[in-house]
Unconditional design. Structure first.
Length: 382
């Protein structure tokens, strides 16, 4: 199976108001001073953020230790600074305009995008999966386009914005639509076509560099990977690892079918851009609570049924990577507890900001005994 890496963005919040707090620099200094986290801790666009850009992994068990370890470490540093840290797609409330980390590139983006930045207060989960070549990456990109609405639904974790319930499960997905390149990428003929077309975007519509290509999935420009960027930042480590396992399994599946280039092109051609655009917004609105677009049916289907079919499709790859038990347990938990968005909304309705704060803190860094608990549920696969 391919190697993989995980990038998670976290946001520091005031413990009472849950407004962003510009604690990123101080937390970075503390974490970067620790040998275990020095190489994987990074500043982010917002002064209230920090990022864990993991090492490269081959086994999910190693990723689990790193993800849970960093979450515990960043929660400890937040407590020492008198704030909380959350892994959510959007903060529950925010200021009119965010504080931006003071680097030349970030300030250039602000000058270029102007008022778009006012609402660009978002955090994501990005999964890198190793690919043998950029040609292989384009095959995967084309193949995954029809499944991006399901990924969006599974990963929805941003229902709250500026003190209100948006009625959407992934408001981050909606906010990102304001960028020049966002949502589902177009289909590409091959790697040369991909490279030619992204470079034509440079300097146009705020595309200051290739790092501002904001599609839900793209080829990395500095690593031999395909990067899945569709997910909101996730409340808990288990869901982060579940999404990671699905991404890795999908790459293996897309490259392992007979005549993979033709299969990917045909699957992509059956999902025209206007249909995918609508399906992505549908998923951003409803998450996993109702229906999602199912490429195997060509229309809307119950979300849990669609996920079950998707996992059965990926079963050989999940078994081959050793991730089938993790994925099955996570899917069972998702069916019972709902997405991060559903859990946030329930906490907010139940007890307002205090109850939401308890959820955010407990989900980020659970007690060690809670980490050992598993979901007792029937098999999702088979």
């Amino acid at each position: 199976m391919a190697t993989f890496g995980i990038e998670e963005e976290f946001q520091f919040l005031d413990p009472v108001t849950l407004l962003p707090v510009d604690a990123g620099a101080r937390a970075f200094e503390r974490l970067a001073a620790m040998p275990e986290w020095r190489e994987v801790t990074h500043r982010e666009f917002l002064a209230s953020q920090i990022e864990h850009a993991s090492a490269v992994f081959e086994e999910m068990a190693d990723a689990q230790r790193a993800v849970t370890g960093f979450r515990r470490a960043v929660a400890e540093q937040a407590a020492a600074l008198g704030v909380i840290v959350a892994s959510i797609g959007t903060p529950p409330d925010t200021t009119a305009f965010p504080s931006i980390t003071d680097t030349e590139r970030y300030q250039r983006i602000v000058r270029t995008m102007d008022a778009v930045i006012a609402d660009h207060q978002v955090s994501g989960l990005h999964v890198h999966v190793g690919i043998p070549s950029r040609e292989a990456g384009v095959i995967v990109l084309n193949a995954v386009r029809p499944w991006l609405p399901l990924f969006t639904a599974i990963a929805s974790n941003s229902p709250l914005w500026r003190g209100q319930d948006t009625g959407h499960d992934s408001w981050r997905t909606v906010l990102l639509r304001r960028w020049t390149t966002s949502g589902c990428p177009p289909a590409f003929i091959d790697a040369a076509d991909y490279d030619r077309r992204i470079r034509r975007l440079l300097g146009i519509g705020g595309t200051v560099d290739l790092g501002v290509i904001m599609w839900d999935v793209r080829l990395s420009e500095h690593l031999p990977t395909i990067e899945f960027r569709v997910a909101d930042a996730q409340l808990d480590a288990q869901t982060t690892l579940f999404i990671t396992a699905l991404c890795r399994a999908f790459v293996a599946h897309a490259l392992g079918v007979p005549r993979p280039r033709s299969a990917a092109a045909n699957a992509s051609a059956e999902m025209p851009s206007e249909l995918l655009s609508a399906a992505l917004l549908h998923s951003a609105h409803h998450g996993m609570s109702q229906q999602v677009f199912d490429p195997l049916f060509g229309g809307l289907a119950p979300a849990q049924d669609c996920l079950g079919r998707f996992m059965r499709m990926l079963e050989p790859e999940l078994v081959g990577s050793g991730d089938v038990e993790l994925a099955t347990e996570a899917a069972a938990r998702l069916a019972v507890d709902g997405t991060g968005a559903a859990r946030q909304r329930a906490a907010f309705r139940r007890g307002g900001l205090p109850e939401l704060r308890r959820l955010l803190s407990a989900a980020l860094s659970p007690r060690r005994d809670e980490e050992r608990e598993t979901v007792a549920a029937g098999s999702i696969i088979g």
